[in-house]
Design a protein. Structure first.
Length: 200
């Protein structure tokens, strides 16, 4: 019996060390803060800050070169229809509802991705308020290339605004994008999980 307790104690200490190591690593991350919309989140110190493309894109970051391709963007859209609602009302709307369907995600993402495949969908909490989380696969095609992506998408609402936080793993094939996603999934979760709304 003593041997079993000793083994469990060693395992428990190893788990604590891993947890502490993860917390320390994240403590060394950089903070992105938007003073106009009053939000912030953490991102890895070796990720590269990009120039946001589009009027609603508030932040854009890219994985370092030499790693599987990935990037994260946060988009904030003015949503006048919910400007008169309180944060409590918005939270309750999400909590009592259901996870978004594939059709819901396509509509919420602007109908730009007709070939989008929904891999997972659920309701989660970020900064103590509910949000929709989806894992989707899609591709982006331009004149010279086709890029496959597996994305983690977080969507939530504050009075007058819709927030869409997307972290995309990319590849020249769907298999490459899945390998990239496996590499970055925990990082994506930590980035999104660090989102803080300072105003609400």
């Amino acid at each position: 019996m003593c041997g079993l307790f000793r083994s469990l104690a060693v395992l428990f200490c190893a788990v604590l060390m891993l947890m502490a190591g993860g917390a320390l690593a994240q403590n060394q991350w950089n903070t992105f803060r938007d003073n106009s919309l009053k939000f912030r989140f953490l991102y890895p110190s070796d990720w590269i800050k990009g120039t946001p493309r589009g009027t609603n894109v508030k932040a854009s970051f890219f994985a370092p070169q030499g790693f599987p391709r990935a990037n994260c963007n946060i988009v904030v859209r003015v949503f006048p229809e919910i400007a008169g609602m309180t944060q409590r009302q918005l939270n309750e709307e999400i909590r009592v509802g259901r996870a978004l369907s594939a059709a819901d995600w396509k509509e919420m993402l602007g109908g730009k991705w007709p070939d989008m495949k929904l891999m997972d969908t659920k309701i989660v909490n970020v900064d103590n308020q509910p949000a929709y989380l989806g894992i989707v696969e899609l591709c982006h095609e331009t004149l010279d290339r086709k890029t496959f992506m597996k994305d983690m998408v977080l969507m939530t609402f504050t009075p007058g605004y819709m927030w869409v936080f997307t972290c995309a793993a990319k590849g020249a094939t769907i298999e490459e994008s899945r390998i990239s996603f496996d590499r970055w999934q925990l990082t994506f979760q930590r980035i999104m999980g660090s989102l803080v709304f300072e105003r609400w």
